[in-house]
Design a protein around this ligand. Structure first.
Ligand SMILES: [Zn+2]
Length: 235
């Protein structure tokens, strides 16, 4: 998951930055051709007087949103074409000098895109590049490094979103067991539990608590079996 910080363009600037409401139909990827973090890119975009705008800037730490997604942007040089009118425009930061910082920003962008694709129910085919709309060589550094490689990063993020990591699974498992352990004896089982307690049949839990709704381990079962066996033999 990537955190999205909202630094939205004030409404009185909509005429200049995002005059049209629309329904988005695609993602458009850019490189900033600059060396600044996401927050600076968005603040600069929102406050300058150029008819230039985009929805997100992403750096190695966060995604910053500057425009609402139901409004257009002026980013892909195609006038009132599908890029500007229907694209969700994402600028990847630190692309002027590249390096580790840029590669990390690219990974953040891939995570943001995976999130948006999921949100809109879109496939990877909805991820386009600025170049597709007016021929400009943008996202330049991402293209230099390989467009397919970037799409693969997005696909990887989509898969990771769907799968639990081992750590997450373990966390859920522990949480579930704790919840179960805190539950009281069900009404229907109360006579049986009382009987077992009375005759010492279920003793041997190392926690010393009965935890009626928790799972039984094989060693606990062995203890119970021995208790029963001994009691049958009159020991
Ligand atoms: Zn661009």
């Amino acid at each position: 998951m990537i955190t999205i910080k909202k630094e939205l363009c004030p409404k009185w600037r909509y005429d200049l930055k995002c005059p049209y409401t629309r329904t988005p139909s695609r993602i458009v990827v850019h490189n900033t051709a600059n060396d600044a973090p996401a927050l600076s890119e968005i603040t600069y975009m929102v406050n300058n007087d150029y008819e230039v705008s985009y929805h997100f800037a992403v750096d190695e730490k966060e995604a910053v949103q500057g425009l609402p997604l139901d409004r257009n942007a002026w980013a892909s040089g195609d006038g009132h074409g599908k890029g500007n009118m229907e694209g969700i425009h994402i600028e990847i930061c630190w692309s002027k000098s590249g390096g580790e910082r840029f590669l990390k920003a690219e990974r953040s962008a891939a995570a943001l895109i995976a999130q948006l694709l999921k949100q809109y129910g879109w496939g990877i085919d909805k991820v386009t590049k600025h170049q597709d709309y007016d021929g400009k060589y943008c996202p330049h550094r991402t293209l230099d490094l390989g467009w397919q490689r970037f799409l693969d990063l997005v696909k990887k993020e989509m898969e990771d979103e769907e799968m639990l990591s081992y750590e997450q699974w373990k966390e859920y498992q522990e949480r579930y067991e704790k919840e179960q352990a805190a539950k009281q004896v069900s009404k229907w089982a109360q006579p049986a539990v009382a009987y077992c307690k009375e005759h010492g049949l279920m003793s041997g839990d190392k926690e010393g608590t009965f935890r009626p709704q928790s799972f039984v381990t094989r060693q606990e079962l062995a203890q119970v079996t021995m208790n029963q066996h001994k009691s049958l033999k009159g020991e």
